[in-house]
Design a protein around this ligand. Structure first.
Ligand SMILES: [Zn+2]
Length: 89
């Protein structure tokens, strides 16, 4: 599998480290049920079959955090952008 790093171009997956589900948002710490929401956000994960949004870290390259949209069944990558571009979503 190869990932198109937005800075380096197409690179082998061995240069990257999987850093988790990019669709999970940080809970509001001011909420009354914040602890339960943090436990859920940190420890509970879905195992989707199909399209998935993930964070990958380009450890063997430019050290950028990359947001990847990938199909978990076919490993086809639809897009790869800098994770910093998702701020404000
Ligand atoms: Zn890179």
């Amino acid at each position: 599998m190869r990932i198109d790093c937005p800075h380096c171009g197409s690179r082998d997956i061995q240069e990257f480290v999987y850093r988790g589900d990019a669709s999970v948002l940080r809970p509001d710490p001011e909420r009354e049920d914040a602890l339960a929401r943090f436990v859920e956000a940190v420890h509970l994960r879905a195992n989707p079959a199909g399209r998935h949004i993930e964070h990958w870290y380009h450890a063997g390259g430019c050290r950028a955090w990359v947001r990847v949209e990938r199909d978990t069944l076919t490993h086809e990558i639809e897009s790869a952008t800098f994770a910093s571009e998702e701020i404000g979503r």
